[in-house]
Design a protein around this ligand. Structure first.
Ligand SMILES: CC(C)(COP(=O)(O)OP(=O)(O)OC[C@H]1O[C@@H](n2cnc3c(N)ncnc32)[C@H](O)[C@@H]1OP(=O)(O)O)[C@@H](O)C(=O)NCCC(=O)NCCS
Length: 206
């Protein structure tokens, strides 16, 4: 995908400096998601915490220094939540103060924290949490390159199987995951929306 002259495109590990761009891509790309509704400041804290947590990692797609895509993953989503709260709990809580008296938001936050335990033991704990590519860069293999980087890092950590949960109505993402080799494992409701949980076994699909 490299262009001409000094044009540089590459997949690199997500660092703290990429957090604001990742939060922006998340909000624009996954607008129906509950996390998006909590606002960019909260998401930015999440993506600042990610590279500092042993249970998590991410990658970004950079095009001449501009972040045009990102992926976020966890060895175990439950462990990542705990580590994030320990590292940046107060900073993560600050953007949520405005929701303090909104019971529906608190309930959904609790459901989000409970989700790793609720999803059951038949699916792996390791998870691809989010992926988004800027509209201008879609359909050029950026998403697949980000998934390939995640697969490699999971393998380096000794993990062959991981899952992804997606809103059943997101046709593009469902087609994308199937193209990447994910197989439908179960369907369930999350925050009142039908979700599909896919699993990939990279030892089998390689
Ligand atoms: C899903 C998403 C990350 C895909 O990124 P992308 O860089 O456009 O994907 P790629 O170019 O690597 O496409 C890989 C494959 O996915 C499938 N795919 C991608 N976009 C598709 C679309 N709009 N319709 C159908 N299939 C599609 C194709 O099979 C494609 O392979 P092909 O080009 O060989 O046919 C991107 O569309 C996006 O950011 N969407 C908004 C955010 C989102 O919904 N994230 C998932 C929820 S967490």
């Amino acid at each position: 995908m490299s262009g001409e002259d000094s044009h540089t495109e590459s997949v690199i590990p997500l660092e703290k400096r990429h957090a604001a761009a990742a939060a922006d891509l998340h909000i624009r790309g996954i607008s129906t998601g509950f996390l998006s509704s909590l606002g960019p400041a909260f998401l930015e804290q999440i993506y600042k915490a990610l590279p500092r947590c042993r249970a998590g990692f991410g990658y970004v797609w950079e095009d001449n220094g501009r972040v045009l895509g990102f992926i976020a993953c966890a060895e175990s989503t439950g462990r990542l939540y705990k580590q994030s709260l320990l590292r940046r709990g107060i900073l993560m809580a600050l953007p949520l103060v405005r929701f303090m008296f909104r019971w529906s938001v608190i309930k959904r936050l609790w459901q989000t924290l409970r989700y790793p335990a609720d999803v059951g033991t038949d699916v792996p704990a390791a998870e691809m949490l989010s992926i988004a590519v800027d509209e201008s860069a879609r359909g050029r293999g950026v998403g697949q390159a980000l998934v390939a980087a995640a697969v490699e890092e999971f393998r380096r950590r000794g993990i062959d199987r991981f899952k992804v949960a997606v809103w059943a109505g997101n046709d593009t993402a469902n087609a994308f995951y199937e193209r990447c080799g994910f197989e439908l494992a179960l369907q369930r409701e999350h925050h009142g929306l039908p979700m599909k949980v896919y699993v990939i076994d990279t030892a089998r699909s390689s």
